[in-house]
Design a protein around this ligand. Structure first.
Ligand code: HEC
Ligand code: HEC
Length: 229
């Protein structure tokens, strides 16, 4: 009986943490992030979103990363969420207009814990996730880079280390720290299942190569980028 009470006490505590977290999300985050879905179905609707959707956060993020990032947010998309709004013409090619990028709101570590608890409860509908699963394994960074860059052209929009790679998409060298491996497999196999109007193209990468790309992203994420930047 005593154990049962302890257990009930624990689930109760975690439920109230999530409630507190949800209240913070509604008050301080819902203005820029969609918390209930579905994803934007038109380009216009997507353009009205000021940040990435969070309604499937529990199927996307690694909780540990979430708690740290919310306390100390660092830029992930070098040119902001809608890069078109943050570039200006340069001498040879477009440049990022840093003055138009604003810093992300910061949470105290207590609040970040509550918010992470609430976010991890928001799961993706089954049709978004699909049957994708990461099968494990590892790959060398140099072979991975060939699959990512040479075979599939992914580097045109993604940085594979700070200052190296395209700038219109999110940096990918921290992607495996931020995101669950199954989410990465699913997103790369069908970006449009997650965000129908995403600027990320479906490259129809063969399944074994998607596995290799996720192994590569994991190898990249082993470096301690946060301390290097
Ligand atoms: C003024 C708009 C705005 C508000 C308010 C805001 N965010 Fe964000 N958020 C953004 C933008 C823009 C990004 C993309 C940042 C980047 O790529 O560097 C982002 C990124 C994120 C990410 C990472 C998403 C990803 O997949 O890369 C998380 C998690 C997040 N926000 C959570 C929150 C939480 C929790 C709150 C409330 C405490 C909040 N945000 C409030 C605009 C906002
Ligand atoms: C034309 C530019 C472009 C190319 C080419 C491209 N991506 Fe992306 N990618 C993006 C953009 C933009 C996003 C952000 C998507 C969003 O917010 O909907 C993204 C997101 C991602 C993400 C993170 C998912 C997330 O939710 O933030 C991964 C991982 C990724 N791309 C991998 C790849 C791989 C692997 C390839 C090659 C097969 C590739 N990308 C090719 C533009 C591109």
């Amino acid at each position: 009986m005593k154990y049962l009470l302890l257990f009930l006490g624990f689930t109760f505590a975690s439920a109230t943490l999530a409630d507190d977290g949800m209240a913070i999300l509604q008050k301080r985050c819902a203005n820029c992030h969609d918390l209930s879905g579905p994803a934007a179905q038109s380009v216009q609707a997507l353009w009205q979103r000021k940040g990435p959707d969070l309604f499937y956060a529990g199927s996307k993020y690694n909780r540990e990363w979430l708690e740290k990032w919310l306390v100390k947010p660092r830029r992930i998309r070098p040119a902001g969420y809608h890069y078109i709004q943050h570039i200006k013409p340069g001498k040879k090619r477009d440049m990022i207009d840093a003055a138009t990028l604003t810093p992300h709101p910061v949470l105290s570590s207590d609040k970040a814990e509550d918010v992470a608890e609430a976010l991890m409860k928001l799961k993706a509908p089954a049709e978004m996730m699909g049957a994708a699963a990461f099968k494990g394994g590892s790959i060398s960074v140099s072979f991975g880079e060939m699959v990512f860059d040479k075979f599939n052209g992914c580097m045109a929009c993604h940085e594979i280390e700070p200052g190296y790679g395209g700038l219109s998409g999110p940096e990918v060298y921290t992607a495996a720290k931020r995101y669950q491996a199954d989410y990465l497999v699913s997103f790369i196999s069908s970006p449009q299942a997650w965000n129908p109007k995403t600027p990320m193209p479906n490259k129809h990468v063969a399944e074994p190569n998607i596995q290799k790309i996720v192994q590569y992203l994991q190898a990249l994420a082993k470096e301690n980028w946060d301390e290097k930047k």
